[in-house]
Every structure is written in C-alpha cells, then in structure tokens.
Design a protein around this ligand. Structure first.
Ligand code: FMN
Length: 160
C-alpha cells in the first residue's frame, strides 16, 4: 500500500465536528473530535474514536458516560477553543457557558445547537484510539434551524 494514497483516500471520508465532554463530579474533560458516527437505530447507538492518552479517554473509561455537543456551521472558533486543555473559570468551560447534562453530569455547551448524552455499551481497544460504542439516552435541540459544522469546510484534517 502506498502510504500517501492511503492518507489522501482516508482524508476523503466526510465528518462533522463535535465537542465531546465527560465528567466525574467536578472533574471535567472536553475536546473537539470528528471520529463519530451513528451505528444502530434500535437501540440508538453511536461510535466514537477517542485518543488513548487523553483525559477524555480516562474519564469515559471511569464513568462509562459522555455528552456530545454538535457544533453549528458558524462555530469554527468554538471548535478551536476545545483543542486546548480544558479549563473551568467563572462558570465557563474554555470560555463558553455550560450546564450539567441531566443523565451523565457531563457539560452541555449552551451556545451549541444540539446535544445528546450517551452511555457506553462496548469498547474496542486497539491502536492509538479506543472505539467506544454507546447508547443515546437523552438529547436536546436548542436551534432546530441550525446547520452542522462540516470538517471539510474548516480546512482541518484528523485522519489518514
Ligand atoms: C481537527 C481535529 C480533530 C480531532 N478529532 C479527534 C477525535 O476524533 N478523537 C480524539 O480522541 N481526539 C481528536 N482530536 C484531538 C482532541 O481534540 C484532543 O485530544 C482533545 O482536546 C482532548 O485532549 P485532553 O483530553 O488530553 O485534554 C482532534 C484534534 C483535531 C485538531
């Protein structure tokens, strides 16, 4: 296999962008991710690929829960804020207001158009990321008119 062709081919997979959060009490992890897809209708399952050495990974392993905040089309700047280390100050997460998820206790960013909470059912631990399969247990739509932020439109890549 030609590694350059592999990289360019895998980078043609289409993605959205999401701020994933997890919490164990006051301890919070948050990060912008793109490796996420729905994986079943009944039960409603999603799958996410999470970097093994991240704080997010540690908290998802520990609590078995996470929340997904779906970024809107104009929210590239918010996405960038969650590539940086997670900080809570003055009731804000990396500078953005949040509330606690009703089912998971994970932060929900109130400026983002939609969110869901999920409970981990399975984990595939292979390579440098773990694939968590999780059941969607709660969801909220703050802005029904919003369109999602699409990875291709940002010029960023995470894949290859
Ligand atoms: C464009 C882009 C996409 C990313 N997608 C993922 C992803 O799908 N999964 C993941 O675990 N990390 C992804 N990351 C890295 C996370 O944003 C980063 O690990 C996260 O901020 C968590 O860091 P921490 O928990 O160690 O503080 C991506 C980074 C960039 C720049």
């Amino acid at each position: 296999m030609d590694p350059e062709v592999r990289k360019r081919t895998l980078r043609l997979i289409t993605y959205g962008l999401y701020v994933l959060t997890a919490a164990d009490g006051e301890e919070i992890a948050a990060g912008t991710i793109n490796w996420l897809s729905q994986a079943s209708f009944q039960p409603p399952l999603v799958m996410v690929g999470i970097k093994k050495d991240s704080h997010l990974h540690a908290l998802i392993e520990r609590t078995g829960k996470f929340a997904v905040n779906i970024l809107g089309a104009g929210q590239k700047e918010i996405a960038s804020a969650f590539f940086r280390p997670t900080q809570v100050a003055e009731g804000k997460l990396n500078g953005y207001p949040f509330e606690w998820g009703p089912r998971t206790g994970a932060p929900l960013l109130v400026d983002l158009p939609a969110w869901f909470e999920a409970q981990v059912t399975d984990a595939v631990r292979r390579g440098d990321h773990t694939v968590f399969v999780a059941e969607v247990i709660e969801a909220g739509l703050r802005d029904p008119e919003a369109r999602p932020l699409v990875m291709w439109d940002t010029g960023w890549f995470y894949g290859g």
